[in-house]
Design a protein around this ligand. Structure first.
Ligand code: NAP
Length: 356
């Protein structure tokens, strides 16, 4: 029988198991936990995943934090963060390192391997297929974030890495003294456009509407900035160049008038495509593909599978909302694990009585 202490035990040495999968693959069921069996598996180690790992580990849940790349998620693509309480101004990479250290300190096991597929068996146990074998967990919290949406215009794929970029922090320094186009009207476009002024001579933000999704404080800052200008009600129809990008072809959405803006680089910030599709069972999602969750528990329509952060359907995607949602999801997941454990215990006791 699976006892309480087995289920709730935290790894003896938090740091000894990170990073990488070093355990043998075992073939046990929920009643016989092995080194591959966890109470909670968290898929993705951005701010939501790191916060979930912190809460689950600190509450002595056996916690797996699965991440294919360096932990930090979108924090690693963000230069400066000024809207995370307690940190007046901090580099994204530094905040990621602090969060990761805190999460590992409280016992979550970081497993550096891509998650390929998640299935749920008849007992409710979740089977997570990773690049290095299977991990099992009573509850899963999906915090896999997403990837930048593409513009889908001629030249975008051809010039990727030769003038087309989706990350100002990663690539901005390659464009010293250049004239750059930034496409989009959300927080990312305006914030990253401002960041690019450190390197570029001029940044032109091209947006398909007159109004912005970006916070007005950012838009006002960009409007005041001497190196930033705007082209509104305009879409990029193609990215042109030879060896490298030399310009963008534009079309005014109202007049249909076309023009070319000479630029040495194009930074595309037109939103995010959530990393969904890992779970075999159907997970309810909104029209943009984000998971729909119960607002009180962050549980999806599949029992024991929760979602938090950028994969979840919500009003806004901030670091603060990611860690807040992850806290709720983890509290609810812990209850789920305890309830599951009770059900298993009762079932086993009843079976023993029948045999006696
Ligand atoms: P977003 O808020 O979804 O904005 C995407 C922008 O791209 C919109 O202005 C949209 O135009 C435009 N767009 C979409 N598809 C397009 C296309 N095919 N061609 C041209 N333009 C297109 O995405 P985001 O800026 O990446 O931000 C994602 C989330 O992260 C948001 O919730 C945001 O608040 C958050 N974020 C926060 C911060 C911060 O707090 N400092 C920084 C970055 C991101 P329409 O407006 O016309 O739809």
């Amino acid at each position: 029988m699976r006892s309480r202490s087995q289920i709730g035990r935290a790894p003896s040495s938090p740091s000894s198991s990170a990073p990488g999968l070093h355990h043998e693959v075992a073939t046990t069921d929920m009643n016989h936990p092995t080194s591959r069996d966890f109470d909670i598996a968290i898929v993705g180690a951005g701010p939501a995943g790191l916060a979930a790992g912190l809460y689950a580990g600190r509450n002595r849940m056996r916690t797996a934090l699965l991440e294919a790349r360096a932990p930090g998620g979108q924090l690693l693509n963000t230069e400066l963060i000024e809207d995370y309480p307690g940190q007046k101004s901090i580099l994204g990479g530094d905040l990621a390192a602090i969060m990761l250290g805190q999460t590992l300190h409280f016992g979550a096991e970081l497993i550096t391997s891509p998650v390929k597929r998640i299935t749920v068996d008849d007992s409710g146990m979740k089977h997570i297929e990773t690049g290095e074998g299977e991990v099992r967990a009573a509850a899963v919290i999906l915090t896999a974030g997403g990837n930048p949406r593409k513009l889908d215009v001629p030249g975008e794929v051809e010039f990727a890495g030769r003038g087309v970029s989706y990350c100002a922090v990663c690539d901005g320094a390659f464009f010293k003294g250049a004239d750059l186009a930034v496409v989009g009207g959300g927080d990312a476009a305006v914030e990253e456009g401002l960041f690019l002024t450190r390197y570029a001579r001029r940044v032109t933000i091209i947006h398909r509407r007159n109004g912005f999704r970006a916070q007005s404080i950012l838009v006002e800052e960009a409007r005041r900035h001497p190196q930033v200008s705007f082209i509104l009600n305009t879409v990029v129809e193609a990215i042109a160049g030879g060896e490298k990008v030399s310009g963008v072809k534009l079309r005014h959405v109202n007049t249909g008038e076309t023009s070319t803006l000479p630029v040495g680089g194009v930074f595309v910030f037109v939103g995010f495509v959530p990393n969904t599709g890992l779970v075999d069972a159907h997970l309810e999602h909104d029209s943009a593909g984000y998971y729909v969750t119960d607002p009180h528990t962050m549980m999806t329509n599949v029992p024991g599978i929760f979602a938090a952060g950028d994969v979840r359907s919500q009003l806004t995607r901030q670091i603060t909302t990611a860690v807040g949602d992850a806290t709720t999801a983890t509290m609810a997941a812990m209850r789920w694990v305890e309830d599951t454990k009770r059900r298993v215990d009762v079932g086993t006791a009843e079976q023993a009585q029948l045999v006696a």
